[in-house]
Design a protein around this ligand. Structure first.
Ligand code: GLA
Length: 516
């Protein structure tokens, strides 16, 4: 495990846990035109719980459980194998699926995941081999490998940094990013150099949608609580280098893993939410307890994480095991505060209006995001007894309304149509997108660059919007047709764009079709 430097906080005074200077943070340059990951990515990856013990059955059963448990509808979209020994390099240099473990092929697994309304995540490495050396890395094969990932219909790729001796992080990740973009498939790019090369100093934002800031949060199957807290403290100090489309990533969640108590689950989840960290669950979703599910699907906490402004909160005061996390203004003008008590006894924690940048006379309503209760208007400062080893996660506003921003899920990400006969046909298929937020959403706008055989019309019914597709087969030659549809939307309070909604439409034409 790499040593984590001790921190000095920028901005709000000297608060953290040690001595070293932080690495400088540079104003990030990130091209958001792809509309990807404009709020922190949410999903599930197998590594923290399963290590390399991954195969198609595991990924499919987790994906099924994500739908059944409500995790998908709570926003957890990305799922797929990590270092699960899923591809090899053939003699011609191309990647091929390890069919023994993934009998449907990596494209088949992607289709299954998309059919559930989930997005497909895969893993590779920028060096010569992956960390276990069980899979080939991309070095020297960047374009071909990114082409394979696009052909497999991947939506998110985590790119590790093992066996990369002598390589430069910024240059290598940029090369992969360009290769990936050249494929034309929109793919979220997750750089995993564990903070090596200091991605927060600029190259991370230029080449990725998220980048790991630290070494691993745990070894597979076994949490290390002190390490997780150190990682949180290291990551929070980098708050100035993240924003919509480019995120600091303190690693996957350990919520629900063995040795995680309810208090620890709440603590990690609250810290990851206030830090606008990617929420990539790492537990066994198939066998999680109702208490774990309740933490992972706390929509009030997720609403903080998925706030359209994308501000990363940070520690404003700490000492003796008590820390106060704030600095996360939300889209409705409210803000979030986490009071974290890592002492062995309950502690009374106070936060003044001044510490939150509020006027002494400001009206304060306080929403407890774990108790789901509002108090206020508060006459004085905030003062709460936080149980030992636990947190209070609060949202503070001038009124007692606490809206939840848009959190989007769909019933599928792949429509598959097949014509029959030689006479022209009109085929139809629907996709439904839903928001778990409390505000009404404007209609999604479909980009007009559709192929001539496809038209899409969007209608609204409360929190759901239906994308109705009409496929006109007239004049199409025998073959397989494919379109990637992109729809955009804007969050009305903040006027910030939502992450673009992308999905695949496949059309099979078994015989040439005549004109009308
Ligand atoms: C690195 C990454 C982990 C995981 C393993 C796989 O350690 O940081 O998240 O992907 O590799 O070997």
């Amino acid at each position: 495990m790499k040593q984590i430097p001790i921190l000095f906080l920028l901005g709000l005074g000297c608060l953290a846990t040690g001595a070293d200077q932080p690495a400088s943070q540079t104003a990030a340059v990130h091209d958001t035109s792809d509309g990807l990951a404009l709020t922190p990515p949410m999903g599930w990856y197998p590594w923290n719980q399963f290590g390399e013990a991954q195969d198609e059955d595991l990924i499919k059963s987790i994906a099924d459980a994500m739908v059944k448990s409500g995790m998908r509808d709570a926003g957890y979209g990305f799922v797929g194998p990590d270092e699960g020994i899923c591809f090899a390099r053939a003699a011609d240099g191309r990647l091929t699926t390890v069919l023994k473990r993934y009998p449907s092929g990596l494209r088949g697994l992607g289709d299954y995941i998309h059919g559930l309304g989930l997005k497909y995540a895969l893993y590779t490495d920028a060096g010569t081999r992956t960390c276990s050396k069980g899979m080939p890395g991309t070095k020297g094969h960047e374009s071909d490998d990114m082409r394979s990932f696009a052909d497999w219909r991947c939506d998110y790729v985590k790119i590790d940094w093992c066996n990369a001796e002598g390589m430069n992080e910024g240059v290598s990740y940029q090369r992969l990013y360009q290769a990936q973009r050249a494929t034309g498939r929109p793919i979220v790019h997750s750089a995993c150099s564990w903070g090596d090369g200091k991605p927060w100093t600029g190259w991370g934002a230029a080449s990725s949608h998220l980048w790991r800031t630290t070494s691993d949060v745990c070894v597979p199957g076994k949490i290390d609580w002190n390490n997780a807290m150190k990682i949180a403290f290291f990551n929070q100090a980098l708050y100035q280098s993240a924003g919509p489309g480019y995120w600091n990533d303190p690693d996957m969640l350990i919520v629900g893993m063995p040795d995680m108590t309810d208090a620890r689950n709440r603590t990690i989840f609250s810290l990851w939410c206030i830090m606008a960290s990617p929420l990539i669950a790492g537990n066994n979703v198939c066998s999680m307890t109702p208490a774990t599910l309740a933490v992972l699907t706390n929509m009030e906490a997720i609403g903080v994480n998925q706030d359209p402004l994308g501000i990363q909160g940070h520690v404003i005061r700490s000492g003796d095991g008590i820390s106060v996390w704030a600095g996360k203004r939300l889209y409705d003008g409210s803000q979030t505060v986490v009071l974290c008590n890592q002492q062995a006894a309950p502690a009374e924690v106070k936060v003044s209006r001044a510490e939150l940048g509020l006027d002494e006379s400001a009206t304060l309503f306080v929403r407890d995001l774990w108790q789901h209760q509002t108090t206020g208007p508060l006459p004085k400062d905030i003062s709460l007894t936080v149980p030992a080893g636990d947190v209070a996660m609060l949202r503070i506003a001038a009124t007692n309304a606490f809206p939840i921003p848009p959190i989007i899920s769909t019933d599928t990400y792949r429509l598959s149509l097949k014509a029959s006969g030689t006479a022209p046909q009109s085929l139809a298929a629907n996709l439904t997108a839903r928001t778990a937020g409390t505000d009404a959403l404007p209609l999604w706008k479909v980009r007009p660059n559709l192929p001539p055989w496809l038209t899409v019309n969007v209608t609204q019914n409360g929190k759901c919007q239906t994308f109705s597709h009409t496929v006109n087969t007239a004049g199409l030659k025998q073959g397989a047709y494919h379109a990637i549809v992109r729809a955009d939307n804007t969050e009305p309070r903040s006027n910030k764009p939502l992450s673009a909604l992308y999905y695949d439409v496949d059309l099979e034409i078994p015989q040439d079709v005549g004109q009308k």
